[in-house]
Design a protein around this ligand. Structure first.
Ligand code: LUZ
Ligand code: MOS
Length: 770
């Protein structure tokens, strides 16, 4: 089945937030943000701004009718700053005007007097100062301290990992207006309508039932709208509430890039111990998460880092710690992968360093350490139906890895100015929200009298095709044509208490809820037919829109069946509720069974580095991916391609730069480079490993949104391998992104001692700077 939205998308007919026809008298808002990265407001003068013709109001914390608090997990983030300023661009006020242009102009007329404090953007620096957002956590299995004694080889090093701008095509935005009975309706570009509803209710001081949130679709989100849409939606909801007028906000690109949080940068120290036969015996790592100025989703992201810190491998002795460090950046937030990629990059760096020191390719270590059925992850879950080795073996064979290596070696012998690099990137990703209660969903299915079907779920369509998959589920169970089914907007009055569409679980959870509702409905209809036909229960079946009696097609069409049931007063509506079975996690022990299942895969990445310029081009990425039984290969392959390229961008070219005052320097697309058509690999091959045993996922498919993001990490190690074959005496550090500039410098760097540590003449040891 094609994506139901494709025609409307390419003909420009799909309605996004900014396409919603506005009511008469709608006002437009712009956020006035902090002009410093850290400080204290001494005074703000809005007088000049207020005088500007067309300005309707300037809303500040003083206008808040409820709590000035939007922290979702930890209550540490005000909607509007009161006194203290913790990041550049932190919202201080909302300027509401007849149009956005006027509001922007007014912004320049606001005078603010600030006492400035030290700005910290480095997580290790924040850690040294004791600035943590919340308590650190560790996962432990076995006893590393004992295990080191048994290791043949031990290596230590450091990995530094950059952040990433989400760069959804549709920026953050929201439209709110008063409705009957002092209520507010909010249209929001959010992954979490319930988060918006709850946050707005709290700030406005209203019960949740007074706030209705409606979402048609998003122009991308990638995690950036799991939590961070709530603040902007709440600002316009507050303005609409106090002004009794419709108010809308659409962030412009620079404001969106400056004000919103990103993927967390991390810095990590690791220690890895191997046996003589290259088994990873012990692994210890401490990761410094750059949380930004408030907690946002960082506690959950920290957790996913801990869960994924050993990637696809079984490491009997593991000790992993994450510190969430408070810095003067916008609160960093969910981004496809949700902390897992940083943990995975760290262990892959440790493996690459071990391989360097032992003078072997990394895959020699990777391939013998895959976790197997019955072995334990460091969080207590026992691995079941493991497919990592299967995807690896299939990739090696199908893409002829021996030949790839031979060609690479030959090429590198022949060429001085160009070098090829190859890497293998195994992936293991746990599916389920790590917070168990979030793994639930509902689906409200109506069969109308004419036989057409309307479905409302908690899932947000953000381009990933979840609506198409929901239609597929319903069409399969009701055995009717997909044209008969429409997925409605996501609305908190139709489906309440939704989890955000996140953690790759949208189709799983909402698909299952839809399945359950449709199963009930089809049974009711079947019983109705049994009654009419005066036959036995097992004799009737509904198939391809017709009633079958003892396997024979009758003349009774779906439409008549529905009509007849309605006249008999059979309920044609059902609300399905799904909660993922079996999962649990005990935070006091840091052990449990948090994931319904895991997704596995292997990518082989080939790059050619231009050793004169430091530039590179990716020839090929070849993937074997564990889809379970893909329910929509067109959509799922698209997800793998998109995730791969997004991951490669993060690892290679996307580099966030900040001014010393915490202002984002790379706040436009001329300075923040994302992969374009020239940067993507020349070819991407994806093969499905069709697996059984995914019975927990909908129609035996497996979640596909996030896991393939991790394939992008292979790009880093492919470049690194190419660099090493040019400059064999140098052991490049593990600092992502591997930009062209860093590549060039590594190509000509002189060798440093082990682990990129530099000893100065006085014997003191410092970390080497390239
Ligand atoms: N969001 C969340 C997520 O709230 N919990 C998660 O475990 C998660 N995982 C991936 C992406 N978003
Ligand atoms: Mo997400 S990072 O699944 O919102």
């Amino acid at each position: 089945m094609k994506n139901v939205d494709s025609i409307n998308h390419v003909t420009g007919k799909s309605v996004y937030l900014d396409d919603i026809p506005v009511q008469k008298g709608t006002l437009h808002a712009v956020v006035f943000g902090s002009p410093v990265g850290h400080g204290k407001i001494k005074s703000v003068d809005y007088a000049e701004a207020k005088k500007l013709p067309g300005i309707a109001a300037i809303i500040t914390h003083e206008d808040i009718t409820g709590d000035n608090q939007i922290g979702g997990i930890i209550e540490d983030e005000p909607l509007f700053a009161e006194e203290e300023l913790h990041f550049y661009g932190q919202p201080i006020a909302l300027i509401v005007a007849k149009d956005a242009f006027t509001a922007r102009k007014a912004k320049t007329l606001i005078k603010v007097d600030v006492e400035e404090y030290d700005v910290v953007t480095d997580p290790r620096e924040a850690f040294k100062r004791g600035d943590l957002l919340f308590p650190s956590r560790s996962f432990q299995m076995g006893i590393v301290e004992e295990a080191w004694k048994t290791c043949e080889y031990i290596f230590e090093g450091r990995a530094d990992i950059g952040g990433q701008e989400h760069l959804y095509i549709e920026t953050q935005g929201s439209y709110a207006y008063p409705t009957d009975n002092g209520s507010i309706k909010i249209h929001s570009s959010t992954q979490g309508p319930t988060a918006v509803q709850k946050t707005a209710a709290r700030v406005l001081g209203l019960p949740m039932h007074r706030i209705e949130v409606d979402v048609a679709r998003l122009g991308g989100a990638f995690g950036g709208k799991e939590d961070q849409a709530s603040g902007f939606a709440t600002m316009v909801a507050l303005a609409a509430y106090v002004m009794k007028k419709p108010v809308k906000i659409t962030l412009d690109r620079p404001d969106d890039m400056q004000m919103t949080g990103k993927r967390h940068p991390y810095s990590a120290d690791y220690k890895i111990g191997l046996s003589k036969d290259l088994k990873i015996v012990a692994y210890q790592t401490t990761l410094y998460q750059n949380g930004g100025a408030a907690s946002d989703l960082s506690p959950a992201i920290m957790e996913r880092t801990l869960f994924h810190s050993t990637n696809s491998y079984y490491v009997p002795n593991t000790f992993v710690t994450v510190h969430s460090c408070k810095t003067n950046l916008p609160p960093n937030t969910a981004f496809r992968g949700f902390g897992a990629p940083q943990g995975v990059f760290t262990i892959e760096s440790a493996i690459a360093q071990a391989a360097d020191e032992l003078n072997i390719p990394a895959y020699k270590i990777q391939e013998i350490n895959f976790i197997r059925d019955g072995q334990e992850f460091q969080y207590g879950q026992i691995a079941e139906n493991v497919n990592n080795k299967a995807t690896y073996d299939q990739a090696i064979k199908q893409y002829d890895f021996d030949q790839i290596q031979k060609e690479t070696t030959d090429f590198n012998k022949k060429h001085v100015d160009k070098k090829r690099g190859v890497s293998i990137m195994p992936v293991c990703f746990g599916i389920s929200f790590t917070k168990t209660p979030m793994n639930q969903a509902r689906s409200l299915v109506h069969i109308y009298q004419d036989g057409s079907v309307g479905i409302s779920t908690g899932a947000i369509e953000m381009g990933q095709g979840v609506n198409t998959k929901i239609i597929q589920v319903a069409a399969g169970i009701l055995s009717i044509s997909t044209d008969k089914i429409k997925v409605e907007s996501t609305n908190t009055t139709r489906v309440a208490n939704t989890s955000p569409t996140a953690a790759s679980t949208g189709a799983d959870l909402n698909g299952h809820a839809t399945r359950l509702a449709c199963e009930v409905l089809i049974n009711r209809l079947r019983h109705s037919a049994v009654e009419s036909l005066k036959c036995n229960d097992e004799e009737v079946e509904i198939k391809d829109e017709y009633v079958y009696l003892n396997g024979e097609k009758t003349k009774v069409h779906w439409n008549e069946l529905v009509e007849a049931a309605f006249l008999k007063r059979v309920c044609l509506t059902e609300n399905g509720h799904y909660a993922t079975p079996k999962i649990n996690f005990d935070k006091t022990k840091e052990k449990g069974h948090p994931f319904a299942y895991h997704v596995y895969g292997t990518a082989i990445t080939q790059v050619i580095v231009d050793c004169v310029r430091g530039t590179y081009e990716f020839d090929k990425v070849q993937i074997v991916h564990d889809f379970g039984k893909s329910m929509n290969p067109t959509i799922d392959f698209g997800q793998v391609e998109g995730a791969l390229v997004q991951g490669m961008g993060w690892m290679t070219m996307e580099e966030l730069a900040f001014h010393p005052n915490g202002k984002l320097a790379s706040e436009s697309l001329s300075t923040y480079k994302v992969p374009d058509i020239y940067a993507v690999p020349k070819s991407v091959d994806i093969e499905a490993l069709e697996t059984e045993g995914a019975e927990l996922a909908i129609l035996k498919s497996k979640a596909v949104g996030e896991p393939p993001f991790l394939y992008g990490i292979g790009a880093f190690f492919a470049i690194r391998n190419a660099v090493k074959s040019f400059n064999s005496s140098h052991k490049p550090t593990f600092r992502a992104p591997y930009t062209h500039e860093k590549t060039l410098m590594d190509l000509y760097a002189t060798s440093l001692a082990k682990g990129a540590v530099k000893k100065s003449k006085d014997g003191s040891v410092s970390e080497a700077e390239v």
